[in-house]
Design a protein around this ligand. Structure first.
Ligand code: PGA
Length: 252
C-alpha cells in the first residue's frame, strides 16, 4: 500500500516571518491528520525557522534543491548534509524551473539525486514534458529518455528511497491541469519504466506524485487514479486553507 504524500513547493515565496506564520497555521489545522504524509518545501533561508515552528507536528520539511558536493569552494551552494542538519528529510530535485532557469541538465539532476540519497534525504525527482512534446505526441519517448538519464547508475537498493513527481510543464502555474485520465496513464507509464529498469516490486512501491495546477477542486478526481500517489503543489500550497483542503480530499 502506498501512503499518499502531499507536498507543498513554496518556490520563491515567503519571507521568514511569512513562512513561520504559514507553518504555524498548517501545524494547527493539520494536527492529528494521519491519512497521508505531509511535507512543505520552503526557500532555503526559511528552513531552520520553519523546522522550529513545525517541531512536534507530523509535517515534514524539505528543500527545493541541493548541490551535489558536500562542501568546498562553491559560492552560493547548499549541500545535503547542511539540509539534513537544518531539519530536512526531503529535497526536490530536477524541478522544471531549475532545469529551465538554472541550467540543471539530466547529468546535473543525476548527480543531485545521488547526493540527496547519500545524505539520507528522500529526493523528489521531477520529470515532465513540454507542451510541444505533448502536442507532438512524443511524451512517452521524452519521459523514457529523461527518466533514464536522471536515474542512470542508481542501483535497486537506492532507487527505492526516491519519490517521483510527474509535472507536465504546460500544467505548472497555468491553471491547466492534466485530465485525471491523461495524468493517470502517464503515471502508469512511469511505473512501467521503473519495472523495466528495476523490478515489479520497486515499481509497485514507488510513490508517484502529480504536480501542475493542483487545487482543492481537482484533487479528489486526480487522487482517485490508481497510479497517482499524492501531489506536489505550488500555488495552492501558499495558503493554509487550500493546502489543508487538498490534504483532506486526498484521503477521502
Ligand atoms: P503549481 O506548481 O501547483 O503552481 O502549478 C506545481 C509545481 O511546480 O511544483
Amino acid at each position: 500500500m502506498r501512503k499518499p504524500l502531499i507536498a507543498g513547493n513554496w518556490k520563491l515565496h515567503k519571507t521568514i516571518r511569512e513562512a513561520v506564520e504559514l507553518a504555524g497555521e498548517l501545524k494547527r489545522d493539520l494536527a492529528g491528520f494521519t491519512g497521508a504524509d505531509l511535507l512543505v518545501c520552503p526557500p532555503f533561508i526559511d528552513l531552520v525557522p520553519v523546522a522550529e515552528e513545525l517541531s512536534g507536528s507530523s509535517i515534514a520539511l524539505g528543500a527545493q534543491d541541493l548541490f551535489w558536493e558536500d562542501s568546498g569552494a562553491f559560492t552560493g551552494a547548499v549541500s545535503g548534509p547542511m539540509l539534513k542538519e537544518a531539519g530536512c528529510s526531503y529535497v526536490i530535485v530536477g524541478h522544471s524551473e531549475r532545469r529551465a532557469y538554472f541550467g540543471d541538465t539530466d547529468d546535473v539532476v543525476n548527480k543531485k539525486l545521488n547526493a540527496a540519497i547519500s545524505s539520507a534525504l528522500t529526493p523528489i525527482l521531477c520529470v515532465g514534458e513540454s507542451l510541444e512534446k505533448r502536442e507532438q505526441k512524443v511524451t512517452k519517448e521524452f519521459l523514457r529518455k529523461q527518466l533514464g538519464a536522471d536515474i542512470r547508475g542508481i542501483g535497486a537498493e537506492l532507487i527505492s528511497r526516491i519519490v517521483v513527481a510527474y509535472e507536465p510543464i504546460w500544467a505548472i502555474g497555468t491553471g491547466r491541469t492534466a485530465s485525471p485520465q491523461m495524468a493517470g496513464e502517464t503515471h502508469h507509464f512511469i511505473r512501467e519504466l521503473f519495472a523495466e529498469h528495476y523490478d515489479a516490486s520497486i515499481a509497485a512501491n514507488l510513490r508517484i506524485l502529480y504536480g501542475g495546477s493542483v487545487k482543492p477542486d481537482n484533487a479528489r478526481v486526480l487522487i482517485a487514479e490508481e497510479d497517482i500517489d499524492g501531489f506536489l503543489i505550488g500555488g495552492a500550497s501558499l495558503k493554509a486553507d487550500s493546502f489543508v483542503k487538498i490534504a483532506r480530499y486526498s484521503i477521502m
